[in-house]
Design a protein around this ligand. Structure first.
Ligand SMILES: C[S@@+](CC[C@H](N)C(=O)[O-])C[C@H]1O[C@@H](n2cnc3c(N)ncnc32)[C@H](O)[C@@H]1O
Length: 262
């Protein structure tokens, strides 16, 4: 259940009184009016995505049988655990996109450094961390910004992540524009996997890629969620002349991947 109209306004105003949050909030409002769709319009973008997409479920079905079984077991566990945690929280925290892809790639690639934007209740964070635990290696750096429509939003960021997995986790909550430079400085080595699932605007994606790109490992994988929202992914692969990219259709939306994933 979302926060009611009046309390949502009250919480938003409370967040706006905090200068560090106000900067990010004002930026979001400005983007709503100034954000670009990119070089093609939304209908053309959807056509382009549909023409290039393959089904994520089919890609997952080709994985090694042992990994598929492990992944399914993890998914059942995550769903059960998340249900238990989230039923006691009276807000819809959203999230959870493309989790099987994140689990499989983390187990296959065994990345040392993973960076993600967009945590919410923490489905993707819990997934990366569980796969890293199985690998016995890796560190996750997560960037988020508290939902400002609910009271005490910080306490809900990553609630789904189990305490025993937090040793490999660094969580930053000041918004991508402040978090990502801090994460790039803090990371102990190049970023092997970057998952973008926060500010879905064109400018938000562009700013994040500009900060993270110089810190990516040579063979890094970049995963971008909800690429149907605007033509950023389309423009990125065209303008940077990137050859190795994929588009997956999954649960009615599209996920873009850059890098060699087979
Ligand atoms: C779709 S949810 C993330 C879902 C998460 N990856 C999962 O699998 O559960 C998007 C998150 O991005 C956060 N967000 C939005 N704009 C942001 C920004 N500018 N910087 C950092 N986080 C932001 C939202 O507050 C929200 O928590």
């Amino acid at each position: 259940m979302p926060a009611s109209g009046l309390s949502s306004w009250r919480n938003t105003l409370k967040s706006a009184m905090d200068p560090s949050k106000a900067r990010v909030m004002i930026g979001k409002v400005i983007k709503r009016f100034t954000d670009t769709q990119g070089t093609i319009d939304p209908a053309q973008n959807k056509q382009w995505l549909a023409a290039h997409a393959r089904s994520l479920d089919e890609w997952l079905a080709k994985l090694d049988g042992g990994l598929q079984a492990e992944m399914k077991e993890f998914m059942v566990h995550l769903k059960h655990h998340a249900n238990n945690v989230l039923t006691s929280i009276p807000y819809d925290l959203g999230g959870g996109g493309g989790v099987p892809l994140l689990y499989a790639l983390t187990r296959i690639l065994k990345p040392d450094n993973v960076v993600e934007t967009g945590v919410a209740s923490g489905f993707s964070s819990a997934t990366f961390l569980a796969a890293m635990e199985k690998n016995g290696s890796g560190h996750l750096y997560s960037s988020d910004f508290p939902y400002f429509r609910i009271p005490d939003p910080e306490k809900y960021i990553g609630v789904v992540v189990e305490p025993q997995l937090k040793g490999r986790w660094s969580l930053y909550v000041k918004g991508d524009s402040a978090n990502l430079p801090a994460i790039v400085s803090a990371a102990k080595g190049p970023i092997d996997l970057f998952h973008y699932d926060s500010d879905k605007s064109y400018d938000g994606r562009l700013q994040a890629m500009d900060i993270v790109a110089p810190a990516l490992a040579y063979e890094a994988i970049v995963i971008m969620d909800d690429i149907q929202d605007n033509a950023f992914f389309h423009d990125l692969v065209a303008q940077k002349d990137i050859k190795n990219w994929s588009v997956f259709s999954y649960e009615g939306k599209y996920i873009g991947v850059i890098g060699d994933i087979g």
